[in-house]
Design a protein around this ligand. Structure first.
Ligand code: PEP
Ligand code: MG
Length: 578
């Protein structure tokens, strides 16, 4: 029966696919004991389920292509090997044969036992491998429990899967997308999380805070999700499918209309030129940024090179990645951010302290880099070597004190000197910038602006740290408010301070790509935006229709407004959405 429930849209687009619950411990477990005469049939059921799971993995492996194919193949092979591992499977057969448990219950018991062993391990890498057990067990459970109707299976067989889970780490998303997952529905999370940012970059529709999802959806249910409105339809009807086809048609039309703005100038109605840069996480973002006419890359998040892998990328590997990025932008400037691991972006290499009480206030961003200067030096050397191929800027995340910038600048100069004396070519003008994403950096910017060549305002974190609201916590989503007067004051102050000292200020948080905020940011004096390339043309279209002088005249009123409601009213008076 058709069922609809709502979450919050986190990555736009609709997807039609069959549900895959990634929560083995929540699968329907049949706890009834087996009768003696059922044992053989149950053993056979398990054998077939394991075989089906292995076949699925093989099929996925055959479909792999693209830059991450090798890593994903390793990951799939490891899972295939686990399914062939007697240690894992013999225990399950035993639980059926001797313990008279049904297959699903036996699989779950074995999963819990193995996860218990992994959790007790000291090595954080091995400990994190318990996720592999869950992936593998999840596949077996799903094969055991395929219960959808023949008609639904017929429809669903033509489409891929929609992941339904409670959370997903940024490091898991890329392989999921490569596996052919079409969309993601999460019971928790927020659209400002790094997972949501990555989902947008991968063009993977995502819904967060869909609290009912895990209890309302079963494996293999056909789902239609809308990553804009946050709606999840279970067992969509013919009417829903017609709506989906309509959306596909409209999206194609809209892209054609926006395509007319490719490679055109971005100018307000009264002729003020605005610069639009692109944020990039994946190589596809770079290609898109160039073809749509981005002025450059305003934020390249290097941490995605470090996630989903066992060992750290060395200088050569990083150099090649950065050089390709620079070459890909064909002479337009590329802003490479030094590693911003920590908080919700942890890796498998054990770099990030996993026992911090307060990871968002802990060793993340530049703090981690300065704790591990060897690691920072490798990254700076790789960036500097890439600077021989085109304009490169270095951006430092999570700056809260001038001393941090001084340390990075010193290291940058040392690395450049060492490289030159070793015969490498290094550009003479590699600019260094600070991200303003901690209120302290915004308020004290005047005291450190002389140390940097430019600033980048990271509103995703600036909102989080100004309002003391975890950007990933859906229970606080109503408090995570980019229109809060305190946030606007900090943004305006940062832009003003940077401009007064002849430095450019780019805003590269998610606000920059949301056209609801475009007029507001122009009013506050912003001239440089950086956003996901997929949003560039619609922001350009919005800017082209606005009058800069009128907006600037309202800056004081916006900054005086004591509440977000009053701010919204000023924007409405200007005829703009709040
Ligand atoms: C930000 O905080 O706004 C930002 C751009 O950085 P990230 O989202 O990667 O933390
Ligand atoms: Mg940030």
């Amino acid at each position: 029966m058709r069922l609809v429930f709502a979450g919050a849209g986190a990555s736009r687009g609709m997807a039609l696919g069959r549900a895959r619950l990634e929560q083995p411990s929540r699968f329907l477990i049949d706890e009834r004991p087996l009768g003696e005469d059922e044992v053989d049939a149950e053993l056979e059921r398990l054998r077939l389920a394991i075989e089906a799971a292995r076949e699925e993995l093989q099929q996925l492996r055959r479909k792999l292509h693209g830059s991450t194919a090798r890593e994903v193949a390793e990951f799939l092979d490891a899972h295939s090997l686990m399914l062939a591992d007697r240690e894992l499977t013999a225990g399950i057969y035993e639980l059926i044969r001797k313990g008279r448990h049904r297959a699903s219950a036996a699989v779950k018991m074995q999963r819990d036992r193995l996860v218990g062993i992994f959790e007790a391990m000291d090595d954080p890498y091995l400990r994190s491998r318990k996720e592999d057990i869950d992936h593998v067990i999840g596949r077996v459970q799903a094969s055991l429990l395929r219960e959808s109707s023949a008609e639904e299976r017929r429809l669903a067989a033509r489409v891929g899967e929609i992941l339904v889970s409670d959370t997903v780490a940024p490091s898991e998303l890329l392989p999921l997308a490569e596996h052919g997952v079409l969309g993601v529905v999460l019971t928790s999370g927020s659209s400002f999380s790094h997972s949501a940012i990555l989902a947008r970059s991968l063009r993977l529709p995502m819904i967060v805070a869909a609290h009912a999802a895990l209890s309302a959806v079963h494996d293999d249910d056909l789902l239609l999700i809308d990553g804009e409105s946050g709606e999840v339809v279970v067992h969509p009807t013919a009417q829903d499918l017609a709506r989906y086809r309509n959306w596909q048609r409209e999206t194609a039309q809209r892209s054609k209309q926006l395509a007319l703005l490719r490679d055109t100038d971005t100018r307000t109605r009264d002729g003020v030129a605005i610069t639009l840069h692109a944020n990039a996480e994946a190589p596809t973002d770079v290609a898109q940024a160039r073809t749509l006419g981005a002025a450059g890359i305003g934020l390249y998040r290097t941490e995605f090179l470090f996630l989903q892998r066992r060992e750290l990328p060395g200088e050569e590997e990083q150099f090649l990645a950065y050089r390709d990025l620079v070459l890909g932008m064909q002479g337009r400037p590329v802003t490479i951010r030094t590693l911003d691991l920590g908080a919700d972006k942890s890796d498998a290499s054990g770099l990030v302290l996993d026992a911090e009480e307060n990871p968002a206030l802990g060793v993340r961003g530049v703090r981690l880099s300065l704790r591990l200067p060897q690691l920072l030096a490798i990254q700076l050397r790789a960036i500097l070597r890439a600077s021989a191929y085109g304009p490169v800027r270095v951006l430092v995340p999570m700056v809260s004190a001038a001393a941090e910038i001084e340390s990075v600048r010193r290291m940058l100069a040392e690395c450049a000197r060492d490289l030159r004396s070793a015969g490498h070519e290094v550009a003479h003008n590699v600019e260094l910038g600070a991200m303003v994403e901690v209120p302290a950096a915004a308020l004290a910017l005047g005291g450190m602006i002389h140390l940097v060549d430019f600033v980048a305002i990271g509103t995703n974190d600036l909102v989080q740290y100004t309002l003391a609201v975890d950007r990933n916590n859906d229970h606080l989503a109503h408090l995570y408010d980019p229109l809060h007067p305190a946030v606007l004051k900090l943004i305006a102050h940062t832009i003003h301070t940077a401009h007064r000292h002849g430095r450019r200020a780019t805003l590269c948080g998610e606000m920059a790509g949301n056209r609801r905020y475009t007029a507001l940011l122009l009013a506050l004096g912003l001239t440089d935006f950086s956003m996901h390339p997929g949003l560039l043309l619609e922001v350009r279209e919005t800017i082209n229709g606005l009058d800069h002088a009128t907006l600037r005249r309202h800056a004081a009123a916006l900054l005086r407004a004591p509440t977000r409601e009053r701010i919204a009213r000023v924007l409405q008076r200007l005829g703009l959405p709040d």
